[in-house]
Design a protein around this ligand. Structure first.
Ligand code: ADP
Ligand code: ASP
Ligand code: MG
Length: 813
């Protein structure tokens, strides 16, 4: 094709020897980035290559903010303008020196003077694009100057000088004219690198136009196509296109290649990695596009082109947190015809013939345009706009033939799916969800689709004895556990402060790190934030003894957490709270494990559940469930005073700080409730008959007074001892419940007299014992005994719950 003033050879040379490179805002975020880009342009680009640039960092956003602020009273616009000016001129001063620096500073000051006139209302502009264009212009001018300073021949070009387009939501490029103008500027100058502004073009009325957000990707392929080059390299802050957005999802993988159709579908679905129109101008037989990292040039890159032997495979998982649904009444024929004229394609559309309705889904960014268009064509009530929807999609060749497609559909089953279907040409599976997206959902879907090892974030509440022991244990067991799932402790908290680190807290020296890094927190506020933790699953280890934490269990489940409790307060909560906890747990399909709340590390819950799983029925469980009580009574005899034993237990830390907690049997009531509920019995506090060892007159005094008056316990206790001795028995504090044949439950806690030779009378002080009668163990009970407290056995029990949780979660995939 002849172009006035150019020879055919010149045009041909441009096509064969020139490549196009594009650097986005993130590659030009600061002076350091500019130097890196300048190095790439000299080392990786050829001497006549064309470089397309975006505005530096978030300059476009900043200009938009100034435009918005200028419409409001106050001096926000001026403040923002000052900041932008110092950012831009700071770049110039850091990168250039001498005359070049002065030249560019003078130009920059002129530009900003124009901005100021605009903000002051002294100058009007024809549209936002006029000022937005400066972002790209500044980058192109500065990069060209920096290259020249470094001795590389370079010139900048304002794309508005060659790129002509008709204004539209997607501007229509006037190709022949634009090509001729571009070639005239570039082809006669081999050996000069041209730095071209991305994002902008000139309209038919000479006005500035933009190509839409992230439009520089499109500018780059447009320039490449106008010059008919073979290769366009899009340099980003990512090493190519990944299996998902690395800002949202952990453990993404970089893809070596993508087909045109796949890349186009990804861009069409609004992934920020490529502008939707990037591939429109491309000659697919001739061109290859590379996406690679300007931050780490040595990293892998993704090549987009025409490849042979493409297998059906899901390659990229992408999402939009907000899309808008338009519901169209099909009965309105005039409207349906009109809709064909809308020059925007929906992301997804479907018809529901039974309701005479069609649904069109658009990107949130297009809402304003479509609303305006609808207003213009005056559609009355036959179009309804619906908000609150989101989109997730899996892009890949012939997606329906893949196992991933089935997995995707299956896994979405738990979500509120409004519509699931195939996208354009069968290169994507798209789901429109009637819900918000959170990071955990996205991570879980991604790892299920790409079959990664799934991840579990652990939040440890309570850093007392058990918390400390468990963290030690976890450190030792980590390698083994990580074979099942990627398990990381993401937070450690006491009642006041929390140390949170989503990448996993460093456990080697955690106590001093905790002191340094933990911050005050409020659990309810943390809950709102946690869905952003980038894990497939989250579990809270409640190693506290706090009722307020137990009261939050419903919210914990509702926020998607699993719970492992050593805290007895939830399992033994009053019936109303307990029901609520269970209801929400089931509704949200969460796991709750609490093996250590009765008998610490003893495998009691497992034994009970295993028996019931086999078809056996529990008839009764009785025994000594409290280590403190066991210690007191096994040591109590005619030679000792009960009060001395209580004082000693307190002093050794065997009892609660106020021993009345133990003596009043509250702790036992909790354990009994938990056990009974475990086997499905409806039991509440008032159903348990408790005989406290604390006489009434000692109940309402202070803990100190109680300790001073301990000897008042001796008389009744001695009397008990003597009475029992008459029949050759000893007193023991027993807890028990049994189920009658009529399914009635009898539960009680109190002193019983036990024959001296009985095993209950001969425990090691501190030992717990659980005597279990079932249908099958009816002649001879199943007995589980051993230490029912202690930090190591309890931490081990918590670990056992964690293993159990991992097994269940792995089974659920
Ligand atoms: P530019 O520097 O060209 O303006 P953007 O920031 O607009 O680059 O786009 C690159 C960003 O796109 C990446 O930083 C990444 O967070 C995001 N992104 C979304 N999806 C993907 C994906 N599948 N692969 C790579 N990057 C992605
Ligand atoms: N600077 C423009 C934007 O931020 C265009 C681009 O970055 O591609 O949207
Ligand atoms: Mg961008």
């Amino acid at each position: 094709m002849a172009i006035e003033g150019l020879t055919e050879e010149q045009i041909q040379a441009a096509a064969e020897s020139v490549q196009v490179h594009k650097f986005g805002g993130s590659s030009l975020a600061d002076a350091f980035c500019y130097r890196r880009v300048a190095r790439i342009v000299t080392e990786y680009a050829g001497a006549s290559d064309v470089v397309v640039v975006s505005a530096a960092g978030d300059t476009t956003n900043r200009i938009l903010a100034i435009l918005r602020a200028s419409q409001q009273a106050g001096d926000t616009a001026t403040i923002l303008l000052d900041q932008l000016e110092s950012f831009q001129q700071g770049l110039i001063s850091e990168l250039l020196s001498g005359e070049l620096e002065q030249q560019l500073l003078a130009l920059s000051k002129e530009d900003f003077a124009r901005f100021r006139r605009f903000v002051a209302g002294e100058e009007t502009i024809t549209g936002d694009a006029e000022l937005l264009s400066y972002g790209e212009l500044w980058s192109a001018r500065l990069l060209a100057a920096l290259l020249r300073k470094q001795g590389t021949r370079a010139e900048h070009i304002d794309a508005r000088d060659f790129l002509r387009a008709e204004d539209a939501p997607e501007p229509i490029i006037q190709e022949p004219e634009s090509r001729a103008e571009l070639l005239r500027r570039v082809a006669p100058f081999p050996g000069t690198r041209f730095i071209v502004t991305g994002f902008i073009a000139r309209g038919l009325n000479n006005e500035s136009l933009t190509l839409g957000r992230n439009g520089s990707d499109y500018s780059a392929t447009l320039v490449g196509s106008l010059l008919n080059v073979k290769q366009v390299t899009i340099w980003k802050d990512v090493a190519g296109v990944y299996s998902a957005d690395p800002r949202k999802i952990e453990r993404v993988v970089s893809l070596p290649s993508l087909d045109w159709a796949e890349a186009e579908e990804l861009a069409r679905l609004g992934s920020p990695v490529l502008h939707p129109r990037t591939f429109q101008p491309v000659n697919r037989e001739r061109m290859v596009i590379s996406v690679r990292s300007s931050l780490k040039v040595e990293n892998q890159q993704t090549r987009i082109g025409q490849f042979e032997h493409t297998e059906p495979r899901g390659k990229v998982f992408t999402s939009l947190s907000e899309v808008v649904l338009f519901k169209v009444e099909l009965n309105d024929k005039a409207l349906v015809d009109k809709l064909n004229e809308l020059d925007l394609e929906p992301l997804f559309a479907w018809t529901e013939p039974e309701n005479h309705q069609q649904y069109l889904v658009f990107h949130q960014n297009h809402l304003e345009y479509i609303s305006r268009w609808l207003e213009q064509i005056d559609v009355g009530n036959t179009v309804t706009q619906i908000r609150g929807y989101s989109m997730v999609a899996l892009v890949g060749n012939r997606i329906q033939e893949t196992d991933q497609y089935t997995t995707f559909k299956l896994q979405l089953g738990e979500q509120k799916v409004r519509r699931f279907g195939l996208g354009e040409n069968g290169n994507s599976a798209i789901a429109i969800l009637e819900q918000q997206l959170d990071s955990r959902l996205l991570n879980r879907l991604h790892s299920q689709l790409f079959n990664y090892r799934r991840s579990l974030g652990v939040l440890v509440l309570g850093r007392g004895n058990i918390g400390t022991a468990w963290l030690e244990l976890f450190k030792q067991q980590r390698d083994r556990i990580n074979q099942m799932m990627d398990v990381r402790v993401i937070g450690i908290a006491n009642s006041k402060r929390l140390w949170l680190d989503y990448s996993g807290v460093e456990l080697s020296d955690w106590t001093s790190n905790f002191d340094r890094l933990a911050r005050p927190y409020v659990l309810t506020e943390l809950l709102r934030e946690l869905p952003n933790a980038p894990y497939d699953e989250l579990v809270i280890l409640d190693l506290t003894d706090a009722k307020p934490v137990a009261q939050l269990y419903p919210s914990l489940f509702a926020n998607g957490l699993h719970i492992i409790s050593a805290n007895k307060r939830a399992g033994s909560a009053e019936e109303s709270l307990y029901r609520e906890i269970r209801t929400i747990q089931h509704e949200y399909k969460r796991e709750w494990l609490y093996n250590t709340t009765v008998g610490a590390g003893l495998p009691l819950n497992y034994a009970i559940n295993d028996l019931r799983g086999q078809g056996d029925e529990i008839r009764s469980i009785s025994g000594i469930f409290s280590g403190t009580m066991s210690w007191l009574f096994e040591n109590f005899n005619a030679e000792t005073k009960f009060s001395d034993l209580v004082a000693e237990a307190k002093q050794r830390g065997y009892s609660e700080p106020d021993p009345r907690e133990d003596l009043s049997c509250q702790d036992l009531v909790r354990k009994l409730l938990i056990l009974a509920r475990e086997i499905g019995l409806n039991l509440d506090w008032e159903d348990i008959n408790v005989n406290s060892l604390v006489p009434e007159h000692l109940q309402n005094i202070s803990a100190e007074q109680f300790m001073q008056r301990l000897n008042e316990l001796d008389e009744p206790m001695d009397a008990m001892l003597q009475e029992a001795a008459k029949d050759g028995k000893v007193p023991r504090l027993l807890a028990s419940f049994s189920v009658t044949d009529e399914k009635r439950v009898k539960a009680q806690i109190g002193i019983e007299y036990i024959p001296e030779g009985d095993m209950l009378a001969n425990l090691i002080p501190g030992e717990n014992i659980f005597v279990i009668y079932t249908d099958w163990y009816s002649e001879m009970p199943l007995v589980i005994s051993g230490p029912g407290a202690g930090k190591h056995v309890t931490a081990g029990g918590v670990q056992s719950d964690l293993n159990q949780l991992l097994a269940r979660l792995s089974a659920a995939t």
